[in-house]
Design a binder for this molecule. Structure first.
Ligand code: NAP
Length: 488
């Protein structure tokens, strides 16, 4: 079979992949395909469909600025609506002919001679001048290898691989983890289960969630007067952006969030002993701040136990904690997050001189330039790459900036009459040497264990400042930072 040849190959069809596809479609200058391993678009919003799954960023901001959605029914959209929004974009922008669903990309190999990437996929080879990796950082579920887990006689699954076919009604269930996923799941299943043991290793900071329905009148207004929704989006953007002060400028501001968190806890949990176990001992924001009004009321139900003793092992019938207590259950649900270090796991990326990005990152840590390009891997663009995550605002804003930056890089290659551009090692090192000391002053370095931190406590995940700074810095390509090679 002849390989499919395109200007741009996009891997993944979540916000990143679809956003890039829309912009290339609007530009109508470059051929492109979207390679998606699943049979449906949507990325993380397709993969995660556990009960209660919703966004903890306001819906007005959790959509593309260039593709607003006047139809959001709530201030914080449920998963189904976000997935429908993403699916709707496929038809709205006629992306269907570009989609290659059920196509798993195994490897992307760069050929220095012709300056082209060869993508080995389950559906054959795709050859592309540029590759956009929109595979998401949180796609590989992490399940702790607890001793005895393989011998457990009941059902086991992860929050990101929810089994709707497993009946939980009246059953004894263990949920392990108290992160962003767990606090959405627990209130949904508590009314159904016979008994719930919630295994908490570290208590999260939980703040009230200002979630409410958006009235049909307001939705009509947004549909008829898009500017009204734009104004609301701008208002929310700046309100949320202001939170960046506490995360990145002066973590002492987080004392305010701690006060709010303690007040929320005091309002909802009467038992002082339980309250003490639910009170975090680290600064809010060091781990992701969670928002829920129904979490504490759910875990204070008489048929729920919050277990804070460490897990020793899983028996055939339940879970044994370090104090020797065994709690029998019918099902164990892991809400234990994702393997962030395996960012590239699904795709082997081979760059110049046979260098393998997966191996380099595994051995030496994860790093990129502007979070998008990586030295040694020309014409390759990462979406949601290293040090572009946020604690305080919408990732969709960052993704949009990255899409524009990647497109500007593509234009620069063409403007140079080159085949490819490779970011210079010095530029990449200089960039990272400048952001790492800034990260040391943020709330994420205030002393807690979190998935934000990689080897040696180095933060390879988050952006150290405001999102508008990132937008400003990525709005143009510093061409001196790149080596332009070959004649197109
Ligand atoms: P997470 O935030 O990483 O939380 C994992 C939980 O599992 C933590 O409570 C962790 O405890 C616990 N855990 C992990 N390994 C354990 C072990 N061996 N024994 C006991 N407990 C263990 O994962 P998540 O809740 O899936 O969320 C991941 C990220 O996805 C979030 O930070 C967020 O970025 C995103 N997310 C977003 C939304 C949204 O609304 N937009 C919703 C869900 C998820 P420790 O805290 O002690 O490590």
């Amino acid at each position: 079979m002849n390989p499919e040849v395109v200007d741009v190959a996009i891997v993944g069809s979540g916000f990143s992949g679809l956003g890039m596809a829309i912009q290339l479609q609007r530009e109508a200058r470059r051929s492109f395909v979207v390679l998606e391993q699943a049979d449906e678009v949507g990325g993380t919003w397709r993969a995660n469909h556990y009960p209660g799954c919703a966004c903890d960023v306001p819906s007005a901001l959790y959509s593309f600025s260039f593709a607003p959605n006047p139809g959001w029914t709530r201030t914080f959209a449920p998963q189904r609506e976000i997935l429908d929004y993403l699916r709707g974009l496929v038809d709205r922008y006629q992306l269907r002919p570009h989609l290659r669903l059920g196509t798993r990309v195994r490897a992307a190999v760069f050929d220095e001679q012709d300056g082209l990437w060869r993508l080995e996929t389950s559906g054959g080879v795709v050859v592309a001048r540029h590759v956009v990796l929109g595979i998401g950082g949180l796609s590989q579920p992490s399940t702790p290898s607890l001793p005895g887990l393989g011998d457990f006689a009941g059902t086991v699954f992860h929050s990101a691989e929810w089994r709707h076919d497993v009946p939980l009604d009246g059953k004894r269930v263990a949920v392990i983890g108290t992160g962003a996923s767990a606090i959405q799941i627990v209130p949904q299943i508590v009314p159904r289960v016979g008994h719930l043991d919630l295994y908490q290793r570290t208590p999260p900071w939980v703040l009230p969630k200002p979630d409410h329905a958006i009235s049909p009148t307001r939705r009509k207004l947004y549909a008829m007067v898009p500017f009204a929704q734009k104004l609301e989006r701008a208002r929310i953007y700046w309100t949320w952006e202001a939170r960046g002060l506490g995360f990145t400028v002066d973590p002492r501001i987080m004392k305010l969030a701690a006060r709010m968190g303690r007040a929320h806890l005091a309002r909802q949990v009467a038992d002082p002993a339980l309250r003490a176990r639910l009170t975090p001992s680290y600064m809010p924001g060091c781990k992701r701040i969670l928002m829920a009004d129904d979490y504490y009321p759910a875990i204070t139900q008489p048929h729920v136990d919050v277990v804070t003793d460490g897990i020793r092992r899983v028996t055939t019938t339940g879970i044994e904690t370090v104090d020797g207590h065994v709690r029998d259950v019918d099902a164990i649900l892991f809400a234990t997050g994702f393997r962030i270090s395996d960012f590239l796991a699904p795709v082997r990326v081979v760059g110049r001189a046979g260098r393998v990005l997966n191996e380099e990152w595994h051995a030496g840590g994860v790093a990129a330039y502007m979070g998008v390009t990586v030295s040694g891997y020309p014409n390759l663009y990462l979406m949601m790459g290293p040090n572009t995550g946020l604690g305080h605002n919408s990732m969709v804003f960052m993704i949009e900036a990255q899409i524009e930056y990647a497109r500007a890089c593509m234009r620069a290659v063409e403007a140079h009459g080159a085949r490819w551009a490779d970011v210079k090692p010095r530029a990449q090192d200089g960039y990272n040497d400048a952001i790492q000391p800034r990260l040391q002053k943020t709330v994420w370095a205030s002393g807690c264990q979190s998935w934000y931190l990689g080897k040696d406590g180095k933060n390879e995940t988050l952006w150290p400042g405001f999102t508008f700074e990132y937008w400003w810095r990525t709005r143009r390509v510093d061409q001196a930072a790149y080596e332009y090679v070959g004649i197109a």
